[in-house]
Design a protein around this ligand. Structure first.
Ligand SMILES: [Zn+2]
Length: 235
């Protein structure tokens, strides 16, 4: 293979390497983005849970207060009636009723105290946790924005490279292009590699002296006896 033929392929190879690099980076960015989105979602959920819990407790507090008022109202009515009854039996019935409403008020007040304690504890938690969640959300959103921006730039760059690759492809002899594409299936990103310090930069093996001497003398492209990649000394 002549060195002149190989140059356009090396250009193509460099573009392909850059395309692979960007695709790898896009893969990493996509994963990071998913992670950040999940984090944001769970922070949002935590925030909503705290606020919803508070709302529910306050709802229960309202209901209990209403029920206590109702019981107190009933209690008042019974007490008023007690002033007016004459018969002992009626009085006893009212007394029982009175005691029932008193028990209810007591029971409900106890429940109300419990709910209010819970609300106080929750308010403390909200006071402590919400600013942290909001700060974390803000930072996560900023990170996400940066990441999306980087993704956008990388995607644009990728489009440019793909366009350039198409142009460059036209400069390469069709049979060489076929050879390159096939070799790429086998060797991956590095098909045609340089000899650096007497070593194949594709696999890292030292090039035998005889072969190296031949490459130097004929200024040719040969194949690495170890990995089979195409090796050149200097372009
Ligand atoms: Zn090699």
């Amino acid at each position: 293979m002549r060195k002149e033929d190989i140059k356009p392929i090396i250009v193509l190879q460099e573009i392909d390497q850059e395309i692979s690099r960007i695709n790898r980076r896009l893969g990493i960015l996509a994963k990071e983005r998913e992670e950040l989105e999940r984090k944001l979602e769970s922070l949002e959920k935590e925030l909503q849970t705290l606020l919803k819990e508070k709302e529910e407790l306050e709802g229960k507090e309202r209901v209990l207060k209403e029920r206590i008022e109702e019981e107190e109202e009933l209690l008042n009515r019974v007490e008023e009636k007690m002033y007016m009854v004459r018969k002992d039996i009626e009085y006893k019935t009212l007394l029982k009723e009175k005691s029932k409403h008193e028990d209810n008020v007591l029971k409900l007040s106890y429940e109300l105290d419990e709910i209010r304690e819970k609300i106080e504890r929750l308010k403390e938690e909200i006071k402590d946790r919400v600013p942290k969640i909001e700060k974390d959300m803000k930072e996560t959103k900023e990170e996400l924005e940066d990441l999306i921006e980087e993704e956008k730039i990388a995607k644009n760059k990728l489009q440019e490279l793909l366009k350039e690759r198409k142009l460059r492809e036209q400069e390469v002899d069709i049979s060489l292009l076929k050879f390159y594409e096939e070799a790429r299936q086998r060797f991956g990103e590095n098909v045609i590699v340089s000899i650096e310090g007497g070593v194949c930069s594709g696999c890292g093996m030292k090039i035998p002296d005889v072969l190296f001497a031949k490459i130097l003398k004929e200024d040719s492209i040969e194949r690495c006896p170890n990995c089979g990649r195409y090796i050149y000394y200097r372009l």
